[in-house]
Ligand binder design. Structure first.
Ligand code: FCB
Length: 439
């Protein structure tokens, strides 16, 4: 029960969710359609034809979900705001009932002593903006900053910390390069504008949020330590390329004000004068989502992409088939400190967790979390400034193209009845959180 012992004072422990994965109520109270509504309703895109139409019905059941978090005893809750719920077409008119929903949620969290940490974009772009080019279009960055301002106008008296974007790399790669997520484009390297426009959107929004009194602006990047499949020069080169594509493309411009050399030429004249200064604006903290390392080999000469992901063998795997390598979290964090030095701001782990077989006996998850907390502690001992740890996820939810087949929750959700049942890991974490506090 000492999983949370030995962390710095005021180290924050929380849980994470995202709007499309839990809210449901997709046509209620004036919400507009998002790219994920369109994608999930396109036959063949999501496993078993699942959609987020109902998801965890959190839009109606949020008081119960807040009560669960209060019972768990977390310090903070990371959730995302659905842009099409707040601004149905992504520009112009706001939808007051949508803003009211988040207003009530924030108040309820604060009343329970749970710090709200909203993410402004977790992949559910208003479909109307997608129809005008989506993140392939530079204009979307400006619309995003306007939307961020509207949300801050409404919540900024109580919320002073914000995450702009969730995992821009995954939205670029899954959504626009290989097409496994919404909006479902398969543009390969043609997806790179989506990286630049999201980063520009982050920088513009950060400015707007600060003007409205934000004291902590972050972005959440998905980062993975990249392991070459062998010492072979071709594999080492391919691994470096993958590292540039997955990690450095998003960390370098934000922390150093420049794109990684290996990719700069692909971005060409997309990058206008002044863009990098906007993107490189001071960041109060960096959010990192960590799930596993990635092993990379060189691809066949005629392949679409120059890298070829390989399985990692000899380690446990989650229900999703993802390798469990807790030490990768330490290596990642120490590696970031080595790479960015003084330019690295404090870090929050904004997602970490695993999917397990359905049920409430999830000893696998307890081991997973314990292992990753240990790795985190050793990164902190090695001098990395980590301020918080958020578990993905509070409850089982709509896992994107996997639908309801992957269960990441501390709380089981019965998707027929919407009954919530805490799993063993929930009770384990509750005990660890309670033990952390002075008697
Ligand atoms: C991350 C996403 C999150 C969730 C987890 C499992 O990439 O940010 O929404 O689906 O994976």
């Amino acid at each position: 029960m000492d999983a949370l012992a030995g962390f710095p004072d005021r180290f924050e422990v929380g849980v994470s969710t995202a709007a499309y994965q839990i809210e449901g109520a997709v046509t209620e109270d004036g919400r507009g359609p998002s790219v994920w509504d369109t994608f999930a309703h396109t036959p063949g895109r999501v496993k078993n034809g699942d959609t987020g139409d109902v998801a965890c019905d959190h839009y109606h059941r949020w008081p119960e979900d807040v009560a669960l978090m209060a019972d768990l005893g977390v310090d903070a809750y990371r959730f995302s705001i659905s842009w099409p719920r707040v601004q149905p077409t992504g520009s112009g008119a706001l939808n007051t009932p949508g803003l009211d929903f988040y207003d009530r949620l924030v108040d309820a969290l604060l009343q329970r002593g749970i710090a709200p940490l909203p993410t402004l974009f977790h992949w559910d772009l208003p479909q109307a903006l997608e129809d005008e080019g989506g993140w392939l279009s530079r204009a979307t960055a400006e619309r995003f900053a306007e939307y961020a301002g509207h949300v801050a106008d409404r919540l900024g008296d109580r919320v002073r910390r914000w995450i702009t974007l969730n995992e821009p790399v995954v939205h670029m790669a899954e959504g626009h390069a290989w097409g496994g997520g919404a909006p479902g484009h398969s543009l390969m390297f043609g997806a790179l504008p989506v990286a630049h426009h999201q980063l520009l959107g982050h920088g513009l929004a950060a400015r707007v949020l600060r003007e409205r009194g934000a004291t902590q602006v972050m972005i959440t990047n998905n980062c993975t330590p990249v392991l070459p499949a062998s010492d072979d020069e071709a594999d080492v080169m391919a691994a470096a390329m993958y590292d540039s594509f997955h990690n450095r493309l998003f960390n370098d411009p934000i922390l150093l004000g420049a794109y990684p050399e290996m990719l700069a030429s692909f971005l060409g004249d997309l990058v206008q004068e002044g863009d990098l200064e906007i993107i490189h604006a001071p960041l109060d903290a960096l959010g990192i989502n960590y799930y596993n390392p990635t092993r990379i080999a060189a691809a066949a000469p005629d392949a679409d992409l120059p890298f070829d992901p390989q399985p990692i063998e000899g380690v446990p795997i989650t229900a999703f088939g993802w390798p469990v390598v807790p030490g990768g979290l330490r290596d990642l964090l120490v590696g970031l400190k080595d790479t960015y030095g003084e330019a690295l701001p404090p870090i929050y782990i904004t997602e970490n967790g695993c999917s397990t077989a359905d049920g409430t006996d999830d000893a696998f998850r307890i081991d997973y979390l314990r292992g990753h907390l240990d790795a985190l502690k050793s990164a902190i001992d090695a001098g990395v400034d980590v301020r918080g740890y958020f578990i993905w996820s509070l409850m089982d939810n709509f896992e994107w193209s996997e639908g309801y087949s992957q269960r990441f929750g501390l709380v089981r959700v019965d998707f027929e009845t919407q009954e919530r049942t805490p799993k063993d890991s929930f009770r384990w974490l509750r005990t660890a959180l309670a033990a952390r506090k002075p008697a």
